[in-house]
Design a protein around this ligand. Structure first.
Ligand code: ZN
Length: 499
């Protein structure tokens, strides 16, 4: 199968290219995951949410996608952090990985098929290092092993720079064991007391870059269709992965290199080392996970994401509009938006007969959404269309007075058709699959019953022209986060936000 319209920006060629996979119909996707030494900050969620959405879209187009995110569970940072917390490196890795996985689950990142850990793949890593030495690309030096960048003719091709420029512009680990300043470690000799594995070069541990080369080939094969990661990984990490894998296998390592923009607070990149990171588990105490996912997808993935709480609040207010429509939809159709069974694969979509102006508009928006996704997974543009769709649905419900008892059943069916399209498209973004947690509480029968009781008392007060009491009840409910909207026949209430 082919996806004739999908184009993907490839960092290697600096161009948007038509999407063609190694095996027709199959996509092998590898994304570099975290080094697990501190709890996830929001920047760690950018890649998983984006590539989870990439997988959702490719699946929607009919591809069978295998998605791998690795866990770096052995590294200098873990070795330094574990004693501070008075635990072993393994315990630290377990604890932080658990936090990471839980955050992914909260953000509805459901597409990850394998999450390999470096320490579970030491034999494969050793084999690859031995092979690189045998082929003349690497050399052992007093317990370490280094990759010799001068032996790889096209080293630097991912960054579009020659090796000398790369050295000048980056932090290179200094070591007198290296033959060239740009050489990088494949294996590091262990100091006494550090976690270590046996090897032909003595006790030691793998370098960071070789982990990804060894685990990706094991789980996905020699040529990946998509290799993703943050822009900060382009050099040296991905350049080095590429050098190792292509030198070892002699085949193309990756078809499409996709790099996502980084999260910034103000002018700076969000990072643990800068101390400006926003810890996800903390943020989730104040924001619904859907707000975070929506926020991460609202910018095109190649651009940097500007983080601020104002921006998050803005996103939350934007989502409220959708939640209000879902409630309206339920009032009109007596069906829950969340229960709609929308198509999970792309198929042609016709407005049907009669092709009303409204349904023609819906089809046009459906096409526009998919055009954005076909254009290098432009989720930001797609979300813009989702808002237009929302406006179209509300406008139709207003103009046809669908909430009145005299509403035309044909119009209600048209609204259902439009809502189904909204459901279909939001599935691609991994949103609106269930009511947000705060709204889940609303369905708690006791709370609903109590609020309903209070509203009856308040309505009696209004009938008796006791507006002081009615206003007091509104004010006190407002303080508890319950907002009211008085309508002609009744009063509706909502938890959080304004009606
Ligand atoms: Zn990697």
């Amino acid at each position: 199968m082919e996806a004739p319209d999908l184009r993907v920006y490839n960092t290697l060629t600096k161009e948007k290219e038509p999407f063609r996979t190694v095996d027709p119909g199959k996509v092998r996707m590898y994304v570099c995951g975290p080094t697990v030494y501190k709890p996830s900050h929001l920047g760690h969620m950018v890649g998983p949410v984006i590539f989870d959405t990439v997988k959702r879209y490719l699946t929607y187009l009919g591809y069978q996608v295998t998605f791998v995110i690795n866990i770096t569970d052995i590294d200098d940072k873990l070795i330094a952090e574990a004693p501070r917390q008075k635990i072993t490196v393994t315990e630290l890795a377990e604890r932080v990985t658990k936090d990471y996985v839980e955050n992914l689950r909260m953000l509805n990142v459901t597409g990850v098929d394998h999450m390999p850990r470096a320490t579970h793949h030491i034999p494969e890593i050793r084999t690859m290092i031995e092979g690189l030495i045998a082929k003349g690309f690497a050399y052992a030096a007093s317990g370490d092993v280094y990759f010799d960048v001068t032996k790889d003719d096209d080293y630097g091709k991912l960054c579009h720079r020659d090796p000398a420029q790369l050295e000048a512009g980056s932090r290179i680990e200094v070591s007198d064991k290296k033959r060239n300043p740009g050489d990088f470690a494949l294996w590091k000799a262990a100091k006494p007391g550090e976690p270590a594995w046996d090897s032909p070069w003595g006790q030691g541990r793998p370098g960071w870059h070789i982990e990804c080369s060894a685990m990706s080939v094991k789980l996905l094969g020699q040529t990946l269709d998509i290799h993703g990661g943050g822009l900060d990984l382009q050099f040296p990490h991905h350049e080095n992965e590429l050098a190792q894998s292509e030198s070892y296998h002699g085949t193309t390592f990756v078809r499409y290199w996709m790099h996502n923009g980084l999260m910034k607070t103000g002018a700076e990149k969000m990072s643990k080392s800068k101390g400006n990171e926003i810890v996800v588990s903390e943020l989730l105490k104040r924001y619904d996970p859907e707000t975070l996912r929506f926020f991460l997808l609202a910018t095109h993935y190649r651009r940097p994401i500007d983080y601020s709480e104002d921006r998050l609040d803005e996103v939350r207010r934007g989502l409220e509009g959708f939640y209000r429509f879902f409630e309206r939809f339920e009032r009109i159709t007596k069906a829950r938006f969340y229960d709609l069974q929308a198509p999970s694969a792309r198929s042609s979509f016709e407005p049907g007969q009669p092709a009303t102006e409204f349904l023609v508009e819906i089809v046009r928006l459906w096409e526009q959404f998919l055009e954005h996704m076909d254009d290098d997974f432009n989720t930001g543009g797609a979300i813009g269309v989702l808002y237009e769709l929302l406006t179209a649905l509300n406008r139709f419900a207003d103009s046809r007075q669908l909430e009145s008892a005299a509403a035309d059943p044909a119009d209600i069916r048209a609204l259902q058709r439009g809502a189904l399209v909204l459901k279909e498209l939001s599935q691609i973004l991994g949103i609106f699959h269930q009511p947000p947690a705060t709204r889940e509480t609303v369905s708690n029968e006791l709370v609903s019953g109590l609020v309903q009781l209070i509203l009856e008392v308040r309505n009696d007060a209004r009938k008796n022209r006791n507006f002081a009491l009615a206003d007091l009840i509104r004010k006190r409910l407002g303080e508890l986060g319950v907002s009211l909207e008085d309508r002609k026949e009744d009063t509706i209430w909502r938890l959080g936000g304004t009606c």
